[in-house]
Design a binder for this molecule. Structure first.
Ligand code: ASP
Ligand code: MG
Length: 419
């Protein structure tokens, strides 16, 4: 008997038909002997529709009221799902985030979880019920409803799993696991059986969209094992957990890409101590997230500074860049919105030198020009022209031996047949 948390995203509960299928799946799980908690998102595009409704009323909704509004989406799903389970003749009870004691700070629309007091979940499980919890929402210590940021139901699920000491947190979604690359770009991408937290964090941070970055961080910090799998079939998906050093791991686990960033360049800033500090202090003040940074070799006391930032921060970044130019007497600033970032991720990089060199060679052979480079101990990322990103991802996937066929060839017993 296992204690499991199963999280279903918006697509998996996007309609009453699908809700009934989720109910059946939970009941089957219960009948197999497990203690079952479900965490669910708002149905389909409901959260987007609520955001649009608010925008119709005002362009600047108070964040507290935004949370009141958005939290309703998940509340619809939990009630309907509990009803669907009752209709199958089984016991279920739904709880909102505040009811299960998901306590957050007061950062409305992007609140952080501080504590999970899951007593009522344990009591309901002891009473033999399937427990259904609303994702994405919490409550401040003084009783205000909060939400956790878009996609936040993953974090709720992990937090609940940590809070009740679940054996596994299953994230059931519309893809069947974590792939070596986006299968829409690389048709020969493979599903991975196991990924370490460390690798998953790098993948999520560089464009893999299956799991929310914050949820993976939370899981690692609390040792929650994640099983990312399809909500539409029973196939095993990908396990994300601590991988101990004694296990043999692939050198490279995947190639990710991200087209959601833009590059801002400030030309001809004086090359003096403190200049970078001013540029990035202004960006931080404007709430602009900065990813990669490059400062050019200086020429005649002047230099260029470039950095990448999410496109959603770009309006603020442009204002801040204009201020920086006049404050520092720089020449001008400009933005390139057609960049892409391609990254190679793998824990084996720590012990296998030469991966970056091989990556650059592969990209050169594919005629892809590198604009910026950054690394961590298990990742190399390159900023390239957005038009070349698919070609770059495919070339890297092949050259690092990740293609489905390449792996089959290596492991297939075909060469024994002739023996
Ligand atoms: N319903 C929320 C959203 O769409 C939370 C979630 O789906 O995880 O962002
Ligand atoms: Mg959603």
């Amino acid at each position: 008997m296992a204690l499991v948390v199963c999280k279903f995203g918006g697509t998996s509960v996007g309609g009453t038909e699908r809700l009934r299928a989720v109910a059946q799946r939970l009941v089957d799980r219960k009948l197999s002997g497990d203690r079952v908690v479900a965490v669910v998102s708002a149905m389909g595009d409901v959260t987007d529709e609520l955001v649009a409704l608010a925008q119709d009323v005002t362009h600047d909704p108070p964040e507290r009221e935004m949370d009141m509004l958005l939290a309703t989406g998940e509340q619809v799903t939990i009630a309907l799902l509990a009803m669907a389970i009752h209709a199958l003749g089984h016991k279920a009870i739904s709880f909102t985030g505040p009811q299960v004691g998901i306590v957050t700070d007061s950062g409305h629309t992007k609140a952080k979880i501080q504590e999970v007091r899951a007593d009522c979940v344990n009591d309901a499980l002891d009473a033999g019920m399937i427990v259904i919890v609303a994702g994405f929402q919490g409550v401040t210590p003084d009783g205000q409803i909060t939400t956790l940021g878009r996609g936040g139901s993953d974090t709720t699920a992990i937090a609940v799993a940590a809070g009740i000491g679940a054996d596994v947190c299953e994230i059931l979604t519309d893809v069947d696991g974590i792939y070596t690359a986006d299968p829409r770009v690389v048709s020969v991408a493979r599903k991975l059986d196991v990924v370490s937290y460390e690798e998953m964090l790098e993948m999520a941070a560089t464009g893999a969209k299956v799991l929310q970055l914050r949820a993976v961080e939370f899981a690692r910090n609390h040792g929650v094992v994640i099983h990312c799998r399809s909500s539409f079939n029973d196939m095993p998906g990908t396990i994300v957990r601590e991988v101990d050093g004694s296990m043999e791991q692939a050198i490279i686990s995947g190639v990710t890409h991200d087209t959601s960033e833009a590059k801002v360049t400030i030309r001809d800033v004086p090359d003096l101590p403190g200049v970078a500090a001013i540029v990035f202090a202004r960006m931080a003040d404007a709430n602009v997230n900065v990813d990669m940074i490059v400062q050019n070799v200086s020429e005649q006391g002047m230099t260029d500074i470039s950095f990448t930032t999410p496109k959603e921060d770009l309006v603020r970044a442009k204002h801040a860049a204009a201020e920086v130019v006049s404050e520092l007497g720089a020449r001008h600033w400009f933005v390139d919105e057609s960049i892409a970032k391609v990254s190679l991720v793998g824990a084996g990089m720590k012990t296998h030198p030469g991966m970056a060199a091989k990556m650059f060679r592969t990209l050169a052979d594919a005629d892809v020009n590198l604009d910026m480079i950054s690394t961590s101990s298990i990742r190399v990322s390159c900023v390239i022209d957005g038009d070349q990103v698919e070609r770059a991802v495919r070339a890297l996937h092949t050259s690092f031996g990740l293609d489905e066929d390449a792996v089959k060839a290596e492991t297939s017993p075909a060469f024994l047949e002739g023996a």
